[in-house]
Design a protein around this ligand. Structure first.
Ligand code: IPE
Ligand code: IPE
Ligand code: MG
Length: 248
């Protein structure tokens, strides 16, 4: 295994876009006899580290699944602890993103968040919009089915206004109507905690993504876990449905 700087220096194909399902905060807390909220806090700290590790490695896009459209089903106590953590970490993230030239965008439906939290999120996106380094995409109140539904509504409205013919709807117009418009599809998707499912994350965008499911619980994710994941990715053979050239 190599360190972050060695991995960057090796100059091998660093995935252009990494997506991570940040899972296992609750189990991390349970193992320590702590409340789940402290697992989420430790998860936020792991995220701060990982954002900067990815930026240093030269990853261009990092998408993180931090709150799903289904996570509202959790206890009111847990949901409100998560909302408080977001309110605490978003302004911190803004400062760190400015210091590291990171652009932050958000995917998901922010209309369900309290107005104060939605405002913080808008500020984070607006203030970092001109940064030229890595793009961090925060998936907050994100669900891929909800994203596809909202895209369908947008396209239907364009058709209704006479701006688009039904037969003009292509894969490209659908991709442009999604929250991820302008963001390349993820090359590598990592879900921590050993769970092996998408849980409604990036269903459209992950058609040809490589998946990794390390056992590590999200708060324990380190630079070493990240480089191990990238090394495993570098061994994958991506064919996109094609064939290797004869003789190779
Ligand atoms: C992921 O950790 C964070 C969120 C979903 C917000 P979990 O809270 O799902 O942790 P586990 O799966 O219960 O361990
Ligand atoms: C997926 O994790 C959502 C996030 C990590 C934000 P969950 O822990 O909510 O997913 P399930 O319920 O185990 O599928
Ligand atoms: Mg979970």
């Amino acid at each position: 295994m190599h360190t972050i700087d060695e991995a960057a220096a090796a100059g091998r194909k660093i995935p252009r876009h990494i997506a991570i399902i940040l899972d296992g905060n609750g189990r991390w807390a349970k193992k320590r006899g702590l409340p789940r909220a402290l697992g989420h806090k430790a998860g936020c700290e792991a995220l701060e580290r990982t954002v900067e590790d990815c930026a240093r490695l030269g990853v261009e896009f990092l998408t993180v699944y931090a709150f799903s459209t289904e996570n509202w089903k959790r206890s009111q106590e847990e949901v409100s602890a998560l909302m408080q953590l977001f309110a605490f970490y978003i302004p911190r993230l803004r400062k760190r993103a400015m210091a590291n030239d990171i652009r932050v965008t958000a995917i998901g439906d922010e209309s369900r968040f309290a107005p104060e939290l939605a405002r913080m999120l808008d500020e984070l996106v607006r203030d970092t919009a001109e940064n030229k380094g890595m793009t961090l995409v925060m998936a907050l109140n994100y669900g891929a089915r909800d994203e596809l539904r909202r895209a369908a509504v947008r396209l239907a409205a364009q058709v209704q206004r006479g701006e688009l013919l039904p037969e003009e709807i292509t894969e490209e117009t659908i991709a442009q109507a999604l929250d991820t418009a302008g963001i390349p599809d993820p090359d590598l998707l990592i879900r921590t905690s050993g769970e092996q499912r998408l849980s409604n994350f990036l269903l459209w965008q992950s058609a040809y993504t490589e998946f990794l499911f390390p056992e590590v619980l999200w708060p324990d994710f380190t630079a070493e876990t990240l480089t191990a994941c990238i090394e495993a990715y570098q061994k994958r053979d991506r064919r996109f449905g094609g064939r290797k050239e004869a003789g190779s």
